[in-house]
Write a protein that binds this ligand. Structure first.
Ligand SMILES: NC(=O)c1ccc[n+]([C@@H]2O[C@H](COP(=O)([O-])OP(=O)(O)OC[C@H]3O[C@@H](n4cnc5c(N)ncnc54)[C@H](O)[C@@H]3O)[C@@H](O)[C@H]2O)c1
Length: 298
């Protein structure tokens, strides 16, 4: 039987702050496939995550199908808006949620991960845009650039910093959304632009990292899912409902479906796939017209 076997592989999933988000589901799927998994969380959300983890609040979600429990090798801090400590404003560095986290920049994280042992898989499951609720016509330059910095350049920087320390033939995966190529009113503040950049960069990074280290770089375009970040944007329930009424497959996507696709893309079974945008959205991206309108032929 063909199976996804990541035994002996070490993975880092960046962008985990609870047991609901896509990052957690990806981390769990990688562990189910046999990988040793570490995570990195954003300092403002990391304290509460560590407390809940220590109190056993995630125990149920950390149960593996095999019967064992999913154990995290390391929990690191990461603010993906920064590449090195010199770039971090002093007031942020010294603030309550950041000051005890060591070097939480992308270069600092790569150095800590490399010092802890070999690394084969790096997942970027994070995004942020300070003006996400604003339409593009009202988005400031600062807001737009913050979305692209946190949500797209962060992936470029992660490949730059992790590429050299990963074992050859490593795998990177990030997460995008269809708003990169189709208009999704409400997904604003330059977030759609950031996702378009992320998908384009995936192709260029795949070429450069493939030639340089043999690493693969892919991006999963996930369908609407009510994570904490998506719920904060404000209309996720409508998007999930819309997809159920209009996608070729009418069940809402699950985080596990995204997780298992990521595990496949990071496995030797996907050794021929790089530079790809892989849709895990029940086919929503294939539709050119809504079918839930009066008189529609669905
Ligand atoms: N939920 C959806 O409908 C959906 C659809 C398509 C793509 N995605 C993408 O999936 C990825 C994961 O999002 P999610 O929906 O699971 O939500 P989530 O809230 O679980 O994950 C987003 C994570 O990003 C972290 N983060 C924010 N700013 C950061 C920074 N500067 N540095 C480091 N971490 C930071 C947050 O703490 C959080 O853990 C994102 O890239 C998102 O755009 C989500």
């Amino acid at each position: 039987m063909l199976s996804i076997d990541l035994t002996g592989k070490h993975a880092l999933v960046a962008g985990v702050a609870d047991d609901v988000g896509l990052g957690f589901a990806i981390a769990k799927a990688l562990a189910e496939a046999g990988a040793t998994v570490s995570i990195a969380g954003w300092p403002p959300a990391l304290g509460i995550f560590k407390t809940l983890l220590a109190r056993g609040k995630f125990d149920e979600s950390m149960q593996l199908a095999s019967g064992g429990k999913f154990e995290l090798a390391h929990v690191y801090a990461l603010d993906a808006e920064f590449d090195k400590m010199e770039d971090v404003p002093a007031e942020l560095r010294d603030s309550r949620r950041y000051r005890d986290n060591g070097d939480f920049t992308i270069s600092g994280l790569a150095a800590q991960v490399a010092a802890a042992g070999p690394i084969d898989i790096v997942v970027h499951s994070l995004a942020n845009g300070s003006e996400v609720k604003k339409p593009m016509l009202e988005t400031s330059r600062k807001g737009y650039l913050s979305a692209v910095s946190a949500s797209a350049y962060s992936m470029v920087s992660m490949v730059q910093h992790f590429g050299p320390v990963m074992r050859p033939n490593g795998a990177f995966v990030s997460l995008t959304y269809m708003a990169s190529e189709r208009v999704i009113p409400g997904y604003g503040g330059g977030m759609s632009s950031a996702k378009a950049a992320l998908e384009s960069d995936t192709r260029t990074l795949a070429f450069e990292a493939g030639r340089k280290w043999g690493h693969r770089v892919n991006v999963i375009s996930a369908g609407a899912y009510a994570s904490r970040a998506a719920s904060a944007i404000g209309f996720i329930d409508q998007m999930v409902d819309y997809a159920k009424r209009n996608a070729p497959l009418t069940e809402a996507i699950t985080a596990r479906e995204v997780g298992t696709t990521a595990a496949f893309l990071c496995s030797p079974l996907a050794s021929g796939i790089t530079g790809a945008t892989v849709f895990v959205d029940k086919g929503m991206n294939a539709m050119g017209i809504a079918v839930d309108r009066e008189g529609a032929n669905a």
